[in-house]
Design a protein around this ligand. Structure first.
Ligand SMILES: [Zn+2]
Length: 383
């Protein structure tokens, strides 16, 4: 095949064309960047190296040179907020909103930023007002999330239900567990006011939102027990076994009391014994033991404790064994050992939030630390 040498002459031409194209791009880039002050890039550098205070200084300097670049204002504003300088963040965003020629998109952005400033500064009334204005805009998602947090903090549960439902529709995120909990809170508020019928309605709504809502079953049982219907109370509490068996830890004592009030203590003991074994429930195990001691006497209680201690030799099992032993006996050394053991067991039991690890002696439906719902297991841990 003959090689066509003549087209080699075209090669230099391609290089020249490429060089010109590159120069044009670089030239354009230089024109664009030369409109931004050098301090702007210094600020960016500090941001990247996680030095927000120095970044603030650099951006302030850049703003002196060019106060029209809106991006600079926004960068500085969010930096103020990040570093906790809420007054300055608020003043900056308010200043932007006062500009007459601010384009609509930037006006909305300034509004959204100011709302976040108020929120972080704890000025929830003002934050709420602004977030409500943003709900119909492209900031709807963050606005609804912030509103939900505000309503939960302020215990505005009806608003919380409404906002959670809107968030579900907008984002497709399921918030059934939370909505059920908000209805339980509403039921609680109504119970405190003596509005039992309204409380029942909210509990029904809680169960409609989340049929596995243990708290709703517990509260419904409490209402029935308080109304003198132990049979109905037991029915409500027994439903917990199907929802989340661990939840029985929270109601075992109440259930036993209901059985006793019905004169069906033996039936209660049998049922409790069954669930304690099936689900390895510690608190319910304690209730079962005390009831056995009380109803069937120390010998039956001792047999039960002995069997349990053989099966799982824990300190709690040992404690029950001692209790059965010393029951009815005069005070002695054994009782002293038992008291020490009890104190130790009480001191070392705690619940731990599965989301943030916060620990508490008391059970919580709503973590006081991270604000998540139903993250405390009903059964406790031991140190
Ligand atoms: Zn937590």
């Amino acid at each position: 095949m003959d090689f066509e040498y003549w087209w080699l002459l075209g090669l230099p031409l391609f290089f020249v064309l490429g060089w010109i194209a590159a120069r044009i791009d670089i030239g354009q880039l230089l024109t664009e960047t030369s409109t931004l002050p050098a301090s702007y890039f210094r600020g960016l550098n500090f941001l990247i190296s996680e030095q927000p205070d120095k970044a603030i200084e650099a951006f302030m300097e850049a703003l002196k040179a060019d106060s029209d670049t809106l991006e600079l204002h926004f960068a500085l504003g969010s930096l103020f907020r990040r570093t906790g300088e809420m007054d300055r963040a608020i003043r900056l965003h308010q200043g932007l909103l006062e500009r007459e020629n601010l384009p609509e998109a930037q006006r909305l952005m300034a509004l959204a930023e100011l709302a976040q400033d108020y929120f972080k500064a704890g000025l929830f009334d003002r934050a709420e007002e602004l977030f409500r204005r943003l709900v119909e805009t492209r900031y709807a998602n963050s606005a609804l999330r912030a509103l939900l947090e505000i309503y939960v903090r302020e215990k505005e549960w009806l608003q919380a239900v409404d906002t959670a439902q809107r968030l579900e529709t907008l984002t497709g995120t399921r918030l059934r567990k939370e909505i059920a909990q908000f209805h339980c809170e509403l039921a609680q508020q109504n119970l405190l006011l003596g509005h039992v019928a309204e409380a029942r309605t909210h509990l029904a709504e809680a169960r409609a939102a989340n049929r596995n809502c243990v708290r709703a079953s517990i509260m419904l049982g409490d209402i029935e027990a308080a109304a003198g219907n132990p049979q109905a109370a037991l029915a409500a509490w027994r439903a917990i076994e199907l929802q989340s068996p661990d939840g029985l830890e929270l109601v075992a004592a109440r259930m036993m009391a209901a059985w006793r009030s019905l004169g069906k203590a033996e039936e209660g003991l049998t049922w409790l014994q069954d669930v304690v074994r099936k689900y390895h429930l510690e608190k319910a195990g304690e209730v079962l033991f005390q009831a056995t001691l009380d109803i069937q006497g120390p010998e039956a209680a001792y047999r039960m404790a002995h069997e349990e201690a053989e099966r799982s030799p824990t300190l709690a099992a040992l404690d029950r064994l001692l209790q059965a032993k010393v029951s009815g006996m005069p005070d002695g050394d054994l009782r002293l050992v038992m008291d020490a053991l009890r104190a130790h067991l009480e001191k070392t039991a705690f619940h731990r939030c599965t989301t943030c690890g916060y620990t508490a002696r008391q059970f919580h439906w709503h973590c006081p630390s991270c604000g998540e719902w139903e993250t405390f297991p009903a059964r406790f841990e031991r140190t």
